[in-house]
Design a binder for this molecule. Structure first.
Ligand code: SAH
Length: 390
């Protein structure tokens, strides 16, 4: 019965029907519930807002640059230890600008201590995780070879509304968007441990569904924390209008698109947003991102045994990426063996199917390298972040 519905309601109802037909139980959720906005934090403020905010709190303007030095240059998050502030002001600064947004609940390590997953509790009890991965640590074989590098995988939402059936976070639904400061705080906490080279928005959440907050956080990372935009990767299911918007920001960020299937029929079920933005549209937008920014785009592809790992699908992926005279130079494919989530009917591809999948792409001139899976035994690998203790 769809009589008496507005156009918007009818289109929503149609969409839910399409989901049900595809055998899914979870609807796509774009708008996070508005509840539980976290308290304002210094890291929410753009540079031009800081002095006025200090003055408004009754402080001389120069305190703003002191706060910046402690927080951004020294990654110090607790004003009560800032001895160059008068004692009374330390407490006031904490209450007004540096409330505790993230409380460490648990830290787990793997790969000889070079993978560290932290579970954080937010002010309203929601949980998120971030994962720090170090590479090329002398004496730690599981960290790999080469020069020392550190990548932090961060969350952009508590939960996720994109409902991908193979992803643990996607199966838990969306709790809420993170604020800019809640995202920045994950980065600052990791900087207290190690110098970071790369940030990837590949933790919990769909970053493009929380666009303003992630852009704020990215500006803090590049302008205040001194990280290179080239080292920051925004990973998305393929929200086409947001990919277009990202291309206009004037920042050489890396875009990663979670493709997982080259054909609409399969992608409709693996990445439900595909029912709105078809795979061809998503790849066009990704290619447009390359032509406007000059940044090579990463394509993520979780290899699922006998589901999306057939030789013909590798060929179809090569066709899709190179068609319309695009060539192969604009893109890098990152297949990753599926990390099965608890109770999943799917499993990772066989080794030889994985290799054949990559070989066929390479034969077409497409760069493709299997992504390693760090931290599997601590549920810290891609798609496993579910904050189980919720
Ligand atoms: N929402 C964003 C970013 C978070 S997930 C996105 O979807 O891109 C980061 C990557 O991990 C995505 O490519 C996602 O599809 C992938 N992923 C999710 N679950 C996975 C699993 N069980 N095994 C392997 N990769 C998975």
């Amino acid at each position: 019965m769809t009589e008496g519905l507005t156009d918007a309601e009818r289109s929503r109802a149609d969409e839910l029907d399409a989901h049900a037909r595809a055998g899914r139980v979870l609807p796509l959720v774009f708008d996070a519930p508005r509840r539980g906005k976290p308290p304002r934090h210094w890291a929410d403020l753009a540079p031009a807002e800081r002095k006025p905010a200090a003055v408004e709190a009754g402080l001389p303007g120069f305190r703003a640059s002191q706060f910046d030095t402690h927080y951004y240059a020294q990654a110090s998050t607790d004003p009560t230890s800032w001895t160059d502030l008068p004692a009374a002001l330390r407490e006031q600064a904490k209450v007004t600008f540096f409330p505790d947004l993230l409380t460490e609940v648990r830290v787990q390590t793997a790969d000889e201590g070079t993978t560290v997953k932290t579970l954080w509790r937010l002010h309203d009890g929601n949980l998120v995780e971030s994962v720090l991965m170090e590479y090329g640590v002398p004496g730690k074989r599981s960290s790999g070879s080469g020069r020392h590098r550190a990548t932090l995988c961060i969350s952009s939402q508590a939960g996720c509304g994109m409902a991908c059936p193979f992803c643990a976070t996607g199966q838990g639904g969306l709790q809420r968007n993170l604020s800019t400061a809640e995202i920045v705080e994950q980065v600052v906490a990791a900087m207290q441990r190690v110098r970071l080279n790369n940030i990837v928005f590949m933790g919990m959440g769909e970053p493009m569904a929380n666009y303003n907050a992630i852009m704020g956080a990215i500006r803090r990372m590049t302008d205040d924390l001194g990280l290179s935009a080239r080292g920051i990767t925004v990973s998305t299911v393929g929200l086409v209008p947001r990919i277009e918007q990202l291309a206009t920001e004037g920042l050489p960020l890396t875009l990663a698109v979670s493709l997982h299937a080259p054909d609409d029929e399969l992608r409709d079920t693996l990445v439900p947003i595909n029912t709105r933005h078809k795979v061809g549209e998503v790849v066009d937008a990704a290619h447009h991102y390359f032509t406007t920014t000059g940044r090579r785009v990463s394509i993520e592809y979780a290899l699922i045994r006998d589901v999306n790992d057939q030789a013909w699908r590798s060929d179809a992926l090569a066709d899709l990426l190179t068609k319309n005279g695009r060539g192969a130079g604009w893109v890098h494919v990152n297949p990753i063996p599926l990390n099965p989530t608890p109770g999943s009917k799917w499993t990772a591809s066989r080794r030889h199917d994985e290799q054949e999948f990559v070989r066929r792409l390479n034969a077409r001139g497409i760069a493709a390298t299997i992504r390693d899976t760090r931290g599997q035994e601590i549920d810290g690998a891609c798609g496993q972040l579910a904050a189980k203790e919720r």
